[in-house]
Design a binder for this molecule. Sequence first.
Ligand code: DAT
Ligand code: MG
Length: 151
Amino acid sequence: MQVEQTFVMVKPDGVKRGLIGPIITRFEQKGFTLAAISLRSIDRALAERHYGELKEKPFFGELVSYLTSGPVCAMIWQGEHAVENARSIIGKTNPVEATPGTIRGDFAMDIAGNIVHGSDSPSSAEREIGLFFGSGAGAAAAASTVPTHLI
Ligand code: DAT
Ligand code: MG
């Protein structure tokens, strides 16, 4: 089996609403293994880098303000097809379109507060894991934080 890692983040409103536990439960029930977790605040520079590809979007300023408005819960989850499986249980970007049974479908109402992030590709996952868990060195740095019995 090829183990893949993905980056998942409970956004500030998810943390404020006490949804870290239910979101972790969804990932565990699906079959993912938790490889790293960090409750932390993020500054504007990190938020802007994380969502760098959206910087021309009209909602970018609002998005960065939202992401820096309170603590987030950053996580690395691993398993087969981790990126695609995570996107599947997270649901569509706009909660209005997210199917009931998905995290956004069950817990969110508004696109600007869709409570959870999941990487959209293996290369995004590597980049985001490096941003949040590495020292700019990419996934290799994050992988070193994973207890060996989980690999
Ligand atoms: P996703 O989070 O599903 O990967 P994305 O990468 O396209 O979606 O956008 C990142 C976040 O930006 C998204 O979770 C919520 C916010 N966003 C996207 N489109 C938006 C819009 N039209 N208005 C307000 N916020 C938006
Ligand atoms: Mg995205």
